[in-house]
Ligand binder design. Sequence first.
Ligand code: PAF
Length: 319
Amino acid sequence: MIIDIVGAGALGLLYGGKLLMAGNQVRFWTRTTAQADLLAQEGVTIVERDGEMHILPDQIQAKPISEFADTWKNTPGEWVLLMVKQTGIDDFIRAISPLQDHMLNIACFQNGMGHMEKLQTALPKSLLCSAITTEGAKREQGRVTRAGAGETRLGRYNIHIVDSTFIEEKGTSTLAGSLEQAGFDCTVSNEIDKLIYRKLLINAVINPLTALWRIPNGELLITEERKRLMRQLYDEVWLVYSERGICLDLDMWDQLVSVCRSTATNTSSMLADVLAGRGTEVGSINGHIVRMARELGLAAPTHEILIQLIEGMQPEGVN
Ligand code: PAF
């Protein structure tokens, strides 16, 4: 199967590298030519608990995203794994605009919300699927270290309309099968909306606080003051979700606390962005909660303040 990995960060290289080693033809797409050249010169080493996997330079196909549309028209791939952050979605949309009349299969791995609608408008004929993952990885130059085996759940994006539902479902399970074969715990979920809202809540609490306090996820739990603010953010989301009829598990607070524990040493993705001086996903995470609240005539004041605090740090970040 030809699989296009858009975004060669830690997770992109982890998924792409393992899919390649499992016998798929993988094409990596980077933002710049220099990034593609470096990847193709150095190769990648994937480090897991039970050993290392070396992907040699001559096994790597890497190109800048500006060449994606022409390459895909000549040799279409079966699946695109879109692994850029929310902040990279507009660049991707610009790059694939010549493909608006084609049908691509795209699995979207972003945190936050709002990107699926944008992508569907830009690529009306394409099949989109949401991917929710608890995989984590760290990248240091050419070495990508897997944090431990997580879970990946795929689900069809439900606004999409194509005549044959059967073909769509089959397509998503084909990708799930390839990911399983490559060593990921991946299944198709019929509860993907619930998983998306669960992840949104987790990100809306953990990410901005860790980014502001510059702490790993586990340190959110070490003082009562920190936990109180987490709870305040959580309660605002819970109210919005209840009014919208979004039902999560009743022990969701405990689940949130256990995510902090199981990812205790992680640098959250928002903290990583702030430290690197990059734009963050706060607008698609906490911003989405605020927009949902407003639509219902409610407010999410703590989320609003956090958005301003995080956005006030950009663009130069913190070091
Ligand atoms: O965005 C992140 O960093 C992750 O989704 C999570 C779950 C907060 C763990 O770091």
